[in-house]
Design a protein around this ligand. Structure first.
Ligand code: C2E
Ligand code: MG
Ligand code: MG
Length: 700
């Protein structure tokens, strides 16, 4: 633009230029994304941009220069263009007019009927007017609402898993605890405000652990499941579990902690019950292996101080497995419970009676050094344990064997002591059960042998390692074979030939006698049937039946099955039972003897004379024969006492109407003697050794 000489023209030109600028500015304002209003000092509208008109569409007819602000406001109110309004119309107008007297810009957020949010920002202009901006903040508002909502949802979720929610300030002092705490613990949240967790009296953890927690928190670390307890005055102990995380503001400055808390008193109670259970044997209520360990530790400490010893008694019920397997676990359990009670009542309260599992009990005698005292107690225990149990009106006797090891001589720790007491217990069993035995170093070897036999025996049936030999039984006057006794043989692949005198007792201890004994019955009956098929053996077959087998009704089932399978009658089978087995047991055995006798089987008392049985108790009808033990026959021709015993037995048998057979006859003189005293049956190497089935068939 060029300058003219005419002042008026110049002024006009300048004015035009200014107007042009203003127009461009106004036009630029119209492109702004924010609404702009300009009011003069009298509060009349000077100008508003296109965006402002768009925002205030509802009163766009009034948005003309010169319009009075108050009129605009009232009309705006009347047309109800605000969705959310906190003031009444008059309050609103008064508030808005105040903006002229403020030095600070006045800012507030409104929501319009359109649903959009605006930040209203009005400030004074240099000439006393007002310039106002309207920023659309809908997006930010929505984000804020969404955040608040998700926070709300989170809190309600937290409330479900946790009992309460808490917040702390930058010095870790409680500033907020939700009311759930009151419900969950009875503690009023306000009592905690202004205090840090470690400043509130606590229980259930050590001071060091609380201190460690404090250091953790001061390092601004999150924490999970921190458990401790309170004891409110006069109230019950309350266990709580808290988790928390540090909070940082936008600039990364630590501003406090927030977290949750739960009342875990119930869980703690269960935990302590479970711990107690873990140390107690469920069935008998005795300490278990774990608690025994703790007691042993304690006892050794004390014994070291007092220069004392500790005795460990390993108590094992004899042949318990057979009872348990055949009479059922309920009967077995009752015997175990009763056994526990007997052991307890025979010991002092300072002793520990523990159950290791199965039928194994351990007694710890702290301060025991004198072998004599220990032996006395062991004696008492053996006696107490051998008393019959009353099982539903039936007497059942289960003896037990005890092994004893002494600390520190026989072992420095519990494991070594247990092992050696176990070895001694094995020894007690192997020398006849129902007794105790102190550990001696030599026993180890024997036990190892025993274990080797048991292991090999376990597979003997499957590997066909068992067989039967048959020893003929003769009628003395006419030297005729009137019977055959089946005798068990075991050729072990691992151990070679093993005598039944060695392995039968092991089979009895381990319960293996059950399948083995059943195999013998089946095999002997099958053999008799085979001989009969050849027109031979018109006599009964004699089978040895262990005292253990006589304790369970399975025996009768097995016998009957063997008869059916081989087309035999009960009269074809003679069952031998040792006299000691009969004496050792006055209960179930007697019952079963009667049932087996009533079923028609013949019963023979083997090794007679060794067991001091009371014959009057044997009802004659189920015992048909007595077999005089070898030991009396051996010396019957040289020893007057033995000769007298043999005579006595024969006389007794005759008066009871029983037959008598002598076993172990090796010399003709013995046979003559037997004949002279009226014994009509005999068995022995003199007459015939036990023979294989084939050899037997060939000779007889
Ligand atoms: P037992 O039933 O008293 O059997 C007699 C034992 O004496 C047999 O020993 C037999 O071989 C042996 N014998 C026979 N005649 C003479 C003789 O003239 N002199 C000598 N010194 N001994 C003779 P074996 O076969 O070693 O059996 C030993 C024991 O093992 C048996 O004594 C029996 O108690 C047991 N036994 C054998 N087989 C079985 C079985 O199948 N079941 C059960 N439960 N026990 C069995
Ligand atoms: Mg026999
Ligand atoms: Mg015998």
């Amino acid at each position: 633009m060029t300058e003219s000489n005419d002042p008026l023209t110049n002024m006009q030109q300048a004015l035009q230029a200014a107007e042009g600028k203003l127009e461009r500015i106004v036009e630029a304002f119209d492109h702004l994304d924010c609404g702009v209003f300009l009011y003069d000092a009298d509060d009349r509208l000077v100008f508003c941009n296109a965006r402002a008109r768009e925002i205030y569409q509802g009163i766009s007819d009034l948005l003309v220069p010169g319009m009075d602000y108050e009129t605009l406001l009232r009309e705006f109110y009347r047309r109800d263009l605000y969705l959310e309004r906190e003031f009444s119309e008059d309050e609103w107008v008064a508030e808005r007019i105040q903006r002229h007297s403020r030095t600070e810009p006045s800012e507030y957020e409104v929501k319009m009927r359109s649903g959009r949010w605006f930040l209203v920002s009005d400030r004074k202009t240099a000439d006393g007017g007002i310039i106002g901006f309207r920023f659309d903040i809908t997006a930010r508002k929505e984000a804020e609402f969404a955040l608040a909502e998700s926070e709300q949802r989170l809190r309600s979720l937290l409330n479900m898993s946790a009992d309460w929610y808490w917040e702390q300030d930058a010095s870790c002092r409680f500033t907020h605890i939700s009311s759930g705490m009151m419900r969950a613990t009875g503690i009023a949240p306000e009592q905690r405000y202004g205090k840090a967790r470690w400043e509130i009296p606590y229980l259930g953890i050590t001071a060091e652990r609380m201190e460690a927690h404090r250091r953790h928190v001061e390092a601004r670390q999150p924490f999970r499941d921190f458990e401790y307890a309170y004891a409110p005055p006069g109230g019950d102990i309350t266990w709580v579990c808290v988790s928390g995380e540090p909070i940082f503001d936008a600039s990364g400055t630590f501003i406090g902690y927030r977290g949750v808390g739960t009342n875990i008193t119930g869980k703690k109670r269960i935990e302590s019950q479970v711990r107690a259970l873990a140390e107690i044997d469920f069935l008998t209520g005795l300490p278990n292996r774990m608690l025994l360990g703790a007691r042993f530790e304690f006892a050794t400490r004390q014994a070291t101080r007092n220069n004392d010893g500790i005795a460990l008694l390993f108590v094992d019920l004899d042949r318990f497995k057979v009872i348990n397997d055949s009479l059922g676990h309920q009967v077995g359990d009752r015997i175990l419970v009763e056994s526990a009670a007997r052991l307890l009542s025979a010991t002092r309260s300072t002793d520990t009676v523990a159950r290791l599992g199965g039928d194994e009990f351990v007694i710890l005698l702290p301060g025991a050094t004198a072998e004599n005292d220990i032996a006395n107690l062991a004696d008492t225990l053996v006696h107490a344990m051998s008393q019959p149990h009353d099982i539903d009106g039936h007497e059942l006797t289960i003896t037990s064997s005890i092994g004893i090891a002494v600390w520190p001589t026989d072992g420095g720790d519990l494991a070594a002591l247990l092992k050696h007491a176990d070895v001694a217990m094995f020894h007690a069993k192997s020398i006849g059960r129902n007794q105790y035995s102190f550990f001696r170093q030599e026993m180890n070897e024997r036990v190892n042998e025993h274990l080797a036999i048991e292991t090999a025996l376990r597979r003997a049936i499957d590997r066909n390692e068992l067989s039967l030999v048959y020893q003929p039984i003769f009628s003395i006057p006419d030297k005729q074979v009137i019977g055959a006794e089946a005798l068990l043989r075991w050729h072990s692949e691992a151990l070679g030939e093993i005598s039944p005198t060695r392995f039968i007792s092991i089979a009895e201890d381990s319960g293996l006698i059950m399948p083995i004994g059943e195999w013998v019955i089946k095999e002997a009956c099958a053999q008799l049937a085979r001989w009969r098929a050849h027109g031979l053996a018109h006599f009964p077959i004699t089978v040895n039946v262990s005292g253990v087998q006589w304790k369970t009704p399975r025996l009768l089932d097995c016998l009957q099955a063997a008869l059916v399978a081989n087309d035999l009658t009960p009269a074809d089978i003679e069952l031998e039972l040792t006299e000691t087995a009969l004496v050792g047991d006055r209960d179930g055995t007697q019952n079963l003897l009667e049932r087996v006798g009533e079923a028609g089987f013949r019963l023979v008392i083997d090794d007679f004379g060794t067991g001091y049985s009371n014959l009057t108790r044997l009802k004659p009808f189920f015992v048909t024969k007595l077999k005089i033990d070898q030991s009396f026959i051996r010396d019957s021709t040289t020893d007057i006492d033995d000769a007298a015993i043999v005579r006595g037995i024969i006389g007794l048998a005759r008066s009871l109407g029983l037959r008598v057979v002598a076993e172990g006859v090796e010399y003709p003189a013995q046979l003559d003697f037997l004949l002279s005293v009226g014994c009509s049956e005999a068995q022995g190497f003199l007459l015939a050794k036990p023979l294989s089935a084939a050899a037997f068939k060939e000779r007889y």
